[in-house]
Write a protein that binds this ligand. Structure first.
Ligand SMILES: [Zn+2]
Length: 294
């Protein structure tokens, strides 16, 4: 199986590990976003009449506690739930701070958080592995959280950035939190645990709900509109298609970058090519030596 590692902890990031939380800023009258470091992850807050929900929990239990306190202070209603959009450290390591309320995530997340690689990432961040918590409410497909006159739908549209991406849809506010299925701070994060071939169809699940004025809050970066999301979906799909095409032509991994046309920068493409070749090889698709042409 692909991808047993927690990605996104580059050595540079570890070296400059600093936990901080920016202020929650309004996206709509009911939806707020704050940026947490390290990793510049978007933390969401959805405020209903009776309760509020936090989307993603930060990179440590301590940061999760800071998020919880800031969310409750701003919302003026009790925190009633938290969501980890996927298992990566910047989204899920703060879960322990949300004890006492349901913490939602895809059913694959507890197993992922228990992996050896998760322990290594925690140690690199100076976070005690034993202080991490698993989500308490896991699901395969969907859950609804009622905040009092405001519904938040939590949906897993399939594998993509990870095997357990969950998006949070706030229909009445016209906002969708996409997790790292979409990113506007840079190219999407293609880690060793991503599923390139399936990723576009997970994004299609989001796009099917997007109206012209829907605000998409990605895992990292400024809010995106429908056009930007369609474009990124096409780029992810194009990347996979290009690798498939090259393999069909017999192009080996070492030559792939030079031989292809790519929708992302060189570093991103060079990083993802081994993953793409491995994913296709796992499906039995490998470059064949072509017969010499007469
Ligand atoms: Zn991620």
């Amino acid at each position: 199986m692909l991808g047993e590692e927690q990605p996104r902890v580059a050595d540079t990031l570890v070296a400059m590990t600093q936990f901080s939380l920016g202020e929650f800023r309004a996206v709509t009258d009911r939806v707020f976003v704050a940026v947490a470091e390290p990793a510049a992850v978007n933390i969401g807050l959805v405020v209903g009449a009776a309760g509020c929900l936090v989307v993603d929990t930060g990179s440590s239990p301590g940061q999760g506690a800071a998020i919880r306190a800031a969310a409750e202070a701003l919302a003026g209603v009790p925190l009633v739930a938290a969501l980890a959009t996927h298992w990566h450290f910047d989204h899920a390591f703060g879960l322990a701070a949300f004890a006492g309320v349901p913490t939602y995530a895809h059913e694959s997340v507890p197993g992922r958080l228990a992996q050896t690689s998760t322990r290594e990432v925690a140690e690199n961040l100076d976070v005690a592995f034993d202080s991490l918590a698993a989500p308490t409410q896991t699901f395969a497909l969907a859950r609804v959280v009622d905040l009092g006159g405001l519904r938040v739908e939590l949906v897993h549209f399939g594998r993509g950035h990870t095997d357990g991406d969950v998006v949070a849809i706030v229909p009445d506010s016209g906002v969708i939190f996409t997790g790292d299925l979409l990113e506007s701070a840079g190219p999407p994060a293609f880690g060793p645990d991503c599923y390139l071939r399936e990723w576009p169809s997970a994004v299609d699940g989001i796009l099917g709900l997007v109206a012209e004025d829907t605000i998409l809050v990605p895992g990292h970066g400024a809010p995106m509109d429908r056009l930007a999301a369609f474009q990124q979906r096409a780029e992810i799909s194009g990347l996979y298609g290009q690798v498939e095409y090259l393999i069909g032509r017999g192009v080996k991994l070492d030559d792939a970058y030079a031989e292809g046309q790519w929708p992302f920068d060189e570093a991103t493409v060079r990083g993802v090519l081994p993953l793409a070749y491995a994913e296709l090889a796992a499906a039995g698709i490998v470059p064949r030596r072509q017969l010499p042409l007469a």
